[in-house]
Design a protein. Sequence first.
Length: 250
Amino acid sequence: MRRRDLLGGALFWASTAVAQQRSRIAILHSGFPHRTRIEQLYAALRDLGHEHGRTAEIELLGAEGDPGRLTSFVAKLVQEHPQVIIAVTSPAALALKRANVTTPVVFLFVSDPIRLGLIESLPRPGGNYTGVTFSDAFLGAKRLELLADTVPGIRTVAVLWSPQFEENAALVESIRNAGKRLAIEVATVEIGGAARLPAAFDEAVTARAQAVIFLTENALFDHRRTVADLALARRLPTIHSTRPKYVMVA
């Protein structure tokens, strides 16, 4: 199924909460919305009858990886009470949840909404949250397996990750468990922001890593070229996020 079809299906639930008059919809993105295919989301909304400037007022709020900016946007939404909030990525959805927002929320790009406490289950989410998810914690192990197949005789792999992106913890756990099974040492290196990327790769080299698993997060989305250049400069085979399998929450 095409991604646009999935977006439309997830947003249909939210559209039932919006009255027939001019709708007020907020899109909260914790990262960089204009560097993603945000137009697909606008197209899905338009297909449902919510066209910005004609039948709807759609406000796009991009935090650009800044937690303080994200918090201020959430406070703004609490005060303004839009009819529907679309939360793009898990930090945005979690920020709304922690603020006890009662507005209907549709989340996108959240890998484990049950573990994060956003919903009760996929078929019966409960509460005021629903959306599109991809459960990819098990892919941590698969990434290590792919590296082991690609780099024969690999003994040590470094995992570069940010604990601030809460879903990464499950991926790291999956990779560690796979490392024990495959007799591969897993060295974890915390990134903690784009400024630490060079040092993080240097730590991977110091740990005698023969390859790297890079777990991205919103604040690093705009630094993909830097990550690739650092990996090439240190001659470290690196595996990144794979194309997720999307599952629509009922």
